[in-house]
Ligand binder design. Structure first.
Ligand code: ZN
Length: 107
């Protein structure tokens, strides 16, 4: 347990998902995006920072099904990002795209 690790208690924060360029859902939190890494017991999911591979960022999030209603909540948020939030924008068809990816298309 370290100071960068915090549990979210009664103030459940709904998990916000956005469709990525590849059609898979990304978790959006504090301007950072996370990709699905593991399915865990009790419907929990582990998400890794989208910059984990590129920047070596170790931040991760665990979501859990909301106790009431639909959707998931943020269950555990760990780590501190070692980079600025990525620059994203929504495409005309509602996809969430990283600026860098868009740039690469024009090479
Ligand atoms: Zn990160």
């Amino acid at each position: 347990m370290n100071d960068d690790c915090y549990l979210l208690g009664s103030d459940a924060v709904p998990a916000l998902y956005v469709p990525s360029r590849t059609g898979k859902s990304l978790l959006l939190h504090d301007g950072y995006t996370f990709y699905l890494k593991n399915l865990q017991a009790h419907g929990r999911k582990q998400w890794y920072c989208s910059s984990r591979d590129m920047a070596g960022c170790r931040a991760d999030v665990i979501t859990a099904p909301a106790l009431s209603g639909d959707g998931d909540i943020l269950f555990l948020v760990r780590g501190r990002h070692i980079h600025a939030p990525p620059s994203y924008y929504f495409t005309h068809d509602g996809k969430y795209v990283r600026r860098k990816d868009a740039y690469h298309r024009y090479r």
